[in-house]
Unconditional design. Structure first.
Length: 156
């Protein structure tokens, strides 16, 4: 079972759903996956080619951002790990993976699902307000349309 994890309420509901299912599946294996999309454009879109100290400063800024994202991910992972082990799933059955992707989050989730041979992909739908309650977000929709096997989207 692959659980895509980010800081959204929907992703946490996906963890809760996975925990409820895993309580009934002996020998299950879970991977918590977080995909860090490409760097935000404000890190590299300066309108000119940088050199020297400006390029070094931009690189340090990008590295600091990536590091802060990894720290957030570790905190999310610890929380999810606690929730999943509470169901009786041994910690040794839970793996964690943090990946960067310049092809988009959905592509990275699908690649991981295929390469890890996961039967089920579980992800949350980010809230889009009242108007979006009946709609799926772009990542959830793309994974649902393209997943081989089973994909479960848990609404927040």
């Amino acid at each position: 079972m692959l659980v895509a994890l980010d800081s959204s309420r929907g992703a946490w509901r996906a963890v809760e759903f996975a925990a409820s299912v895993l309580a009934r599946v002996p020998g299950a294996r879970v991977e918590l996956l977080h995909v860090l999309p490409e760097d935000p454009s404000y890190f590299w879109d300066f309108g000119h080619i940088m050199a020297g100290t400006e390029a070094s400063a931009a690189r340090r800024l990008t590295e600091a951002w990536q590091s802060s994202q990894e720290r957030r991910w570790e905190a999310l992972c610890r929380r999810a790990l606690q929730r999943l082990t509470k169901t009786g799933l041994p910690e040794s059955s839970i793996s964690r993976k943090f990946v960067r992707s310049d092809r988009g989050v959905a592509d990275a989730v699908l690649r991981e699902a295929e390469s890890g041979r996961f039967d089920v992909v579980i992800l949350g739908r980010r809230g889009h307000g009242a108007a979006g309650a009946a709609a799926l977000g772009g990542v959830a929709l793309s994974v649902l349309q393209r997943a081989r096997g089973r994909a479960v989207v848990v609404a927040d």
